[in-house]
Each structure stands twice: as C-alpha cells, then as structure tokens.
Design a protein around this ligand. Structure first.
Ligand SMILES: *Cc1c(COP(=O)(O)O)cnc(C)c1O
Length: 416
C-alpha cells in the first residue's frame, strides 16, 4: 500500500499510536482546528500560497549541497545534504510556524501561544507573530528562561511576552501544562502553535504536512542533480518533524532506505540519553495528549532525558514515526555526544558547513555508513539547522583551553 499521511483507517491514529487525549473543554477548538486544516489543504490555492510565502521570507527552496571532499575522502557513497539550515531563524522550524501562521489567518485568530524548552521554537513563533501582526505569548520553564537568556532576549525584541513557569520542575513539561491552561481560557481568539509532530491530533498531521515541503523539494532536486534517487536518507529525530519532513518525499520509493537517528547522549548504558525508538528503554503510554513511546518508569512517570543537543532532548516522539518503525519502513539508530562532536569537526573542516548539534546526529550515522557503499551510490542527509547557536556547547565539547576562560566569562555575564 502506498503511504499517504491522510489515508489512515482511524482518524488521528497511525497504527495504534496518536489519538487526541485532551480535556473535554478543548474538544470544540480541536475540532475547529481540524476542520480548518482540512479545508485549507483542499483549497488548491493554499499550498502554492505557502510555497510563495516561504520563497520570499525563508529562502525556499533550500538547496542540496554535494559534499565532494568528504565523499572522496571516505571513498564510499556520494554524500549530499539538504540545507534546512538556510531557513530564516536557522532551522526547519520556520516551515511549520509560518504554515500555522497562514492557517491562523484563515481561521481569523489573532493571538499565538507556544511552549518552548531550548527557545528555538519560541523564537520561530515570535518571528511568525511579528510578521503576521499577531499577539504572542511564549511559555517557558523558569529554569529554561535562565539557561536560554539570548533566545528570551530575541523573543522579547520580536514583541512576544515570555511567561516564565515556576510550577513543578520549571522546565518544558510544566510549560506545556501552562500553555494548555491558557488555551482552555482563550480559545476564542487564540491558536496553540505546536512545534513538532507530537501532541494530540491534529497536530502531528498538521506539522508533518507543512514540513513535507522538505521532502517534496528534495526528491525533485535530487533527480534534477543526479538523474536518480538517493540510496539512503538520514535525519535526526527529536519530536520527529524534520525527519518526517524529509522522509515523506521518499516513503513510496522502495529503493530508498530511510534512517532516523536519535540522541544516545552520554551512552545508552548510562541512562543519560533520549532514545525512544532505537533502544528498548522506552514504553508505550498516553501523556501530553497522545499515545506514543515515552521514556518513563513503570508507574508512567516521565524519566529525565539527556542530550548535548537541546532539540533532541525529549521524552516522547512522533506517533507517525512509531508506526513507520512498526511497519519496518524506517530504521532507527542512535549517536552519542562524543560521536556528534567528532562528526561536526569533520564536516566543518572538510566542507565548511556548521550543522546544528541536532543535525550532526544524522551526519554521524551517514558518515559511518557511507564507506560501506560504492561511489556510484548516494546518500542524502537533512541538515535541519545551523550550528551558530551551539557555540558555547561546541567549544566546551572540543575541550579547547583557549576558549575555556571566554566561555566561563560569557556564561557569568548571561547569569547576571
Ligand atoms: C528543534 C530542532 C530539531 C528537533 O526537532 P524535530 O521535530 O525532531 O525535527 C532538530 N534540529 C534542529 C536544528 C532543531 O532546531
């Protein structure tokens, strides 16, 4: 059977994953959003409008780059990279937030709310709200507000109100609860801009739809460049949106092997990681509005997760990816922090690219497998974002003494 995001037997379910477990009071709003989305999708003018918007605001179509030096050095497959790092605000997140902005405008909503951990999705949402003239409130754990001062600064400069959440552990999951609470009281004029392919239906579907622009472009561009399709494609997996974005372009091409890469953090045997699909450490449960694999204990309490890259440090994962794993269509692997820093060094030195730490996870697995293929084969990696934001983490990871003092000095300044 051919893959189609909109052709599942039970609406909102991908196999046994997904669903929409929300308080009854939100039901009408969720239904309104689902209806508005289906209408937009069926309007032949909507997708072209989205493409036009992204072409003039976010550098789309983003190019594909052939990594000639690394391909030669490794002596295996030709390595290609889809450049989502060239989007406005530095990552694929722009595709989703701008798409939801267009949807909000259709629905006549004027206020955007979002939750964010590392702050990247908050900055993207604040950018969208500024562009469309919407009011914007971003919920963020008080701990994260402290840790992510530069992102908080930009959100505020872009006109958003950042609301520090002081309940619970003062991190992302408390911010999610607070954001939900806001929505229950404000649904009349407010849209909840969810940042990845997780949460209750219809969010995984909506986000996957807008992100599919990556794979649609990539398939066409790859054929134009090489006359064929890649033998394998790779993407990192946090919530799953950049991965599903690329993968959707190739799910119906049986010759293309599809690989998702999770964060193995300090190592799978340390317990300090964020792998939900590549190891048996996670189990299926219902939380945060949907059914998926969570890193949780036997009582269903969420475990602490860890990764050097904030964007992959996540307890749940897309229900759509869970289904594709069950179907055997996507293979899942994991990369450790140490491997990620190594891959990043190689890509910077040999190709002049600076992938985000998140994206570098996909590079780890791709660079491992490229030498096992032949030079007439090819692989495609999704560079989901740019690495500028990671300057302090990378400098620390490289253990360069000349930077140590500078980092400590800077970190102190942020805290003041
Ligand atoms: C947020 C982010 C991710 C992780 O999110 P997904 O929904 O899994 O794509 C990956 N890469 C970058 C650069 C990000 O900013």
């Amino acid at each position: 059977m051919k893959w189609n995001l909109f052709d599942f037997e039970r609406e909102g379910y991908y196999g046994s994953y997904g669903g929409s477990f929300v308080p009854e009071i939100l039901r009408a709003t969720i239904d309104e959003l689902t209806r508005a989305f289906y209408e937009a999708r069926q309007d032949p003018a909507f997708w072209p409008e989205f493409e036009r918007f992204m072409a003039t605001y976010s550098c789309r179509p983003t190019p594909i780059t052939h990594l000639e030096n690394l391909s030669r050095e490794l002596g295996g497959a030709q390595i290609y990279v889809k450049r989502e790092d060239l989007n406005h605000t530095g990552a694929h997140k722009a595709n989703n937030v701008m798409g939801q902005g267009l949807l909000m405008r259709r629905m006549g909503k004027t206020r955007a709310i979002a939750e964010t951990g590392a702050g990247q999705h908050g900055v993207a949402t604040a950018t969208m709200a500024a562009r469309f003239g919407f009011e914007c409130v971003v919920y963020m754990g008080a701990e994260d507000v402290e840790r992510q001062r530069p992102n908080v600064f930009w959100m505020e400069q872009l006109g958003a109100r950042v609301h520090p959440v002081t309940s619970g552990s003062q991190t992302l999951k408390d911010a999610i609860n607070e954001c939900m609470r806001d929505w229950v009281g404000s649904m009349e004029n407010t849209h909840y801009v969810l940042g990845t392919t997780c949460g209750p239906h219809p969010f995984p579907m909506i986000v996957a739809y807008f992100q599919s622009i990556i794979g649609r472009e990539a398939r066409r561009q790859f054929q134009e460049m090489t006359g064929g399709l890649p033998d394998r494609v790779y993407a990192c997996v946090g919530g799953g949106s950049n991965a599903l974005g690329l993968f959707q372009g190739f799910l119906n091409d049986d010759s293309v092997e599809i690989v998702g890469v999770e964060a193995a953090g300090k190592g799978l045997d340390t317990g300090q990681h964020a792998t939900r699909l590549s190891t048996p450490d996670a189990s299926v449960g219902v939380a945060q509005g949907y059914r998926t694999y969570f890193l949780q204990n036997e009582e269903g309490c969420m475990n602490d997760t860890y990764s050097v890259s904030a964007g992959l440090d996540y307890v749940g994962v897309s229900p759509i990816l869970c289904h594709l794993k069950d179907e055997g269509r996507v293979r899942f692997e994991a990369a450790t922090d140490a491997e990620v820093i190594d891959a990043l060094k190689r890509v910077m030195r040999h190709e002049g690219l600076i992938p985000a730490l998140e994206s570098a996870h996909a590079f780890v697995q791709a660079l491992k497998e490229a030498p096992t293929l032949s030079p007439d084969q090819s692989i495609l990696i999704n560079q989901s974002g740019r690495g500028d934001k990671d300057i302090f983490t990378v400098a620390e990871g490289l253990n360069d003494p000349s930077w140590k003092e500078f980092i400590i000095h800077k970190a102190d300044r942020y805290r003041q």
